[in-house]
Design a protein around this ligand. Structure first.
Ligand SMILES: Nc1ncnc2c1ncn2[C@@H]1O[C@H](COP(=O)(O)OP(=O)(O)OP(=O)(O)O)[C@@H](O)[C@H]1O
Length: 284
């Protein structure tokens, strides 16, 4: 008889993760955090702070010339040093990624329906009518209009927001316990950004998914996540409850990120920024 799953084990546990470039430069340096089912963790930092490399290392997707040390456990399975078969299994059953540019996830020459079908065949073993129904169900789940027609479209025939919905549908196909979204709205129009954030929040809530949400934007982080790690030069400089971090940032770098979000908010609202004390997460 197998032991019952330990409710205390987080879906994602990152412990002293380090990413090294070929020459030995530390691009990510001793990063640790955990995310449990249903939790939403933000990773924020300026360009080059190591957010994307952290996200890629968690999924075992670092490119050539980069190596990782430390520990990344996804639903209890160690990713660092794992062989390709283990990584493929973990990527098909535990973790999925959504990137900034949906076209990176899509083949421009393949109809959208076939692309969404790919992970359903590979990871869930669906075939024939079941597969067809599975594709339509996923496309409905991400609120794509008229899925019966869209399955026959090519990516270039869709809007940027629709393409990101398709990429999210593909990421959800394996019913991942952990979803990593790396700046998923940065490439989209402002109005579409809000819709995609709403979609992500809905699907992680409905499935109890653990979410890692990477962004350079404190306002977006405060809207989407409940905890945040702040990265600078590859290392975590601050971690905490999002509302606390915004209200009382401890590190000067975090304070700068919060202040610039406030200044942007104030500019959008046509007024001078308030002198501290209020939160920055007031994106309309
Ligand atoms: N393949 C690589 N080889 C060497 N250095 C790299 C490689 N990929 C990224 N870097 C460097 O590692 C650092 C962290 O990069 P990373 O992409 O994680 O930053 P980021 O915080 O996600 O920034 P952005 O928001 O601009 O994507 C940067 O200095 C980057 O130049």
């Amino acid at each position: 008889m197998s032991a019952p799953a330990d409710p205390g084990v987080p879906e994602l546990a990152v412990d002293r993760l380090t990413v090294l470039a070929d020459g030995g430069r530390r691009l990510v340096d001793g990063v640790s955090f955990t995310v449990r089912s249903g939790q939403r963790l933000g990773v924020i930092g300026e360009s080059g702070s190591g957010k994307s490399l952290t996200a890629l290392a968690v999924a075992g997707l670092l490119g050539p010339g980069l190596s990782a040390a430390g520990s990344v456990r996804l639903a209890g399975t160690e990713v660092i040093g794992a062989n390709e078969a283990t990584l493929n299994r973990v990527r098909g059953s535990v973790v999925s990624l959504v990137f900034q540019e949906p076209l990176t996830a899509l083949d421009p020459l393949m109809r959208v329906g076939r692309q969404v079908a790919g992970p359903l065949r590979r990871h869930r073993g669906l075939r024939g009518a079941e597969l067809h129904e599975g594709v339509l169900r996923l496309m409905r789940e991400v609120a794509l209009p008229d899925p019966e027609r869209l399955v026959r479209s090519f990516p270039h025939e869709m809007s940027g927001g629709q393409r990101q919905r398709v990429a999210i549908a593909m990421a959800l196909a394996c019913e991942p316990a952990v979803l990593i979204a790396d700046e998923p709205t940065t490439a989209l129009d402002v109005t579409v950004q809000a819709e995609i954030l709403e979609l992500l929040l809905r699907v992680v809530r409905e499935h109890g998914t653990a979410l890692v949400f990477v962004s350079h934007d404190m306002a977006v982080i405060s809207e989407v996540t409940e905890r945040v790690v702040v990265m600078r030069d590859g290392a975590v400089v601050e971690e905490g409850d999002v509302a606390d971090v915004i209200a009382t940032p401890r590190h000067p770098y975090t304070r700068r990120l919060v202040d610039s979000a406030r200044a942007l908010d104030a500019a959008l609202a046509g007024r001078a920024p308030a002198a501290g004390g209020t939160t920055a997460g007031a994106t309309p």
